[in-house]
Ligand binder design. Structure first.
Ligand SMILES: [Zn+2]
Length: 373
C-alpha cells in the first residue's frame, strides 16, 4: 500500500480517476450479466468484488490520498462497489431461481413409470394348493402329519405290504441311499411316497387316526414335460371302527367339491395296490366340461381330452396286513387311504403344460398365481 501523500498527486492515484472507476464498475457489471450459471458468477464475484479485485485495490488507494480528495474518491469507489454488489446479488437470485426451476423439471419423479426394484418373489402355487388341500381336511378333523424324506425301507415298503420282489422297489423307481461305509445296503431310501408317514402315524397315535400327509417324494425319473424326479404328494389315512368304501367315496367327493365347486364328483375304477384291498383308481369329473364333451365333437375339451373324467390318484381300503404291521386289530378297525400328486392337479387345474415350469422356480411363472390361487 502506498504511504499517505503529503499533497494531492493525480498521477500517483490514477486508479481513482472517475473514468477508471466507471470502467472497473462497467467491466464488473458486464461480467456479472454475462455469467450464465452460479459457478461462473462465483468466479466473477472473486474477480470483480473480491479482495484482489480492481475496485478493492482502488479502495485501498483511498488511504493514500490527501484528506481533501478522500471523501470524493471514497464516495465514487463506494458507489461503484455498491452497484457491483447489488448486481451480483440480483444475478445470484436470478441464477438460483433458474437452477431451482431446472432441478424441478430434471429431477421430477414420474410415479407412473415402471420401477426397477427387485421383486420380493411369490409363493409357489404348489405351496398354496397344498395349503388349500390341507385346510379342507383339517376342517373335517384331520391332522397334518409329517415324516422324514430319507426313510427306512421298512416304512417305505415292508410295512405297506410291498414285498421285496415288487417292481416298484426296483432301482428303476427308487433312489437307494448308500451306507456310510459306501456299501449299497443302508436300508434307507428317498421316500417314493408319503405312505411311510401313515405307518408312523398309526404307530405313534391312539386310534382312531385321521391324518393327511403332504410332502416331497422321489422317483428316479428324468425331468421332462410330464415327469420330475422330485414331486409332491398328498396322502390321506383314516383308521376307525366301521369305515367302508362309502366313507372313502364321500370324503373324495367332498374334497373335489371343495377344490373345484358344486356339482363335482368322483368315480372309482378297480385297480391293485399292495397296501389297499380293495383298491381303486379315482377319477374326478372334468371340472371344465362336466362330462359334456364326451361323444360331442362340437364341444371338445382340452382338459380331459374329451373323456369327461380326469385321473386323480389311487385309493382303497387299507389292507389288513398293513394294519397288522402297525399293531392294529383288523377285526375291530378298518380304514381307507388315498393319495395323489399335487403337481398333476396344479397342471390340469391351471393348464400348465410343462412340468419344468413348475419345478424351475422362475418367479415369472409363480407371480401370476399371486398369494392365493
Ligand atoms: Zn373336460
Amino acid at each position: 500500500m502506498s504511504a499517505p501523500n503529503k499533497s494531492y498527486d493525480p498521477v500517483e492515484v490514477e486508479a481513482l480517476q472517475p473514468q477508471q472507476i466507471e470502467q472497473m464498475r462497467d467491466e464488473a457489471l458486464a461480467a456479472i450479466a454475462a455469467a450464465t450459471d452460479l459457478d461462473a458468477l462465483a468466479h466473477v464475484k472473486t474477480a470483480h468484488a473480491g479482495g484482489g479485485s480492481p475496485l478493492a485495490l482502488a479502495n485501498r488507494e483511498i488511504g493514500a490520498l490527501p484528506p481533501q480528495a478522500k471523501a470524493e474518491a471514497g464516495k465514487r469507489v463506494g458507489q461503484a462497489r455498491g452497484a457491483v454488489n447489488k448486481a451480483l446479488a440480483a444475478r445470484q437470485g436470478e441464477l438460483e431461481a433458474e437452477r431451482d426451476a431446472r432441478v424441478l423439471v430434471e429431477e421430477a419423479v414420474d410415479v407412473t413409470l415402471p420401477y426397477g426394484r427387485a421383486t420380493a418373489g411369490a409363493r409357489h402355487p404348489l405351496a398354496t394348493l397344498s395349503d388349500r388341500i390341507e385346510d379342507i381336511f383339517v376342517a373335517m378333523g384331520y391332522e397334518v402329519a409329517e415324516g422324514p424324506e430319507v426313510e427306512a425301507e421298512w416304512f417305505n415298503f415292508d410295512a405297506l405290504n410291498i414285498s421285496v420282489d415288487n417292481p416298484v422297489r426296483s432301482e428303476q423307481d427308487t433312489f437307494f441311499v448308500a451306507a456310510a461305509d459306501g456299501s449299497e445296503d443302508s436300508g434307507m431310501v428317498l421316500r417314493t411316497h408319503t405312505s411311510g408317514v401313515q405307518i408312523r402315524s398309526l404307530l405313534e397315535r391312539e386310534l382312531p387316526v385321521y391324518v393327511i400327509a403332504p410332502g416331497r417324494v422321489y422317483r428316479s425319473d428324468e425331468l421332462d414335460a410330464t415327469h420330475t424326479p422330485v414331486f409332491r404328494q398328498v396322502e390321506l389315512l383314516a383308521v376307525d371302527e366301521g369305515l367302508t368304501m362309502a366313507d372313502l367315496k364321500g370324503t373324495l367327493d367332498h374334497m373335489v367339491v371343495s377344490l373345484f365347486g358344486e356339482g363335482m364328483t368322483t368315480r372309482l375304477r378297480p385297480n391293485h395296490f399292495p397296501f389297499t384291498e380293495p383298491s381303486a383308481e379315482m377319477d374326478m369329473l372334468c371340472y371344465v366340461c362336466r362330462g359334456e364333451s364326451v361323444g360331442n365333437p362340437d364341444r371338445p375339451c382340452r382338459t380331459c381330452s374329451s373323456e369327461g373324467w380326469i385321473e386323480l390318484g389311487g385309493c382303497g381300503i387299507v389292507n389288513p396286513k398293513v394294519l397288522i404291521a402297525c399293531g392294529v386289530d383288523p377285526q375291530k378297525y378298518s380304514g381307507f387311504a388315498f393319495g395323489f400328486g399335487i403337481e398333476r392337479m396344479l397342471m390340469f387345474r391351471h393348464n400348465v403344460e410343462d412340468m419344468r415350469d413348475i419345478v424351475e422356480g422362475d418367479v415369472r411363472f409363480t407371480l401370476p398365481f399371486g398369494m392365493e390361487i
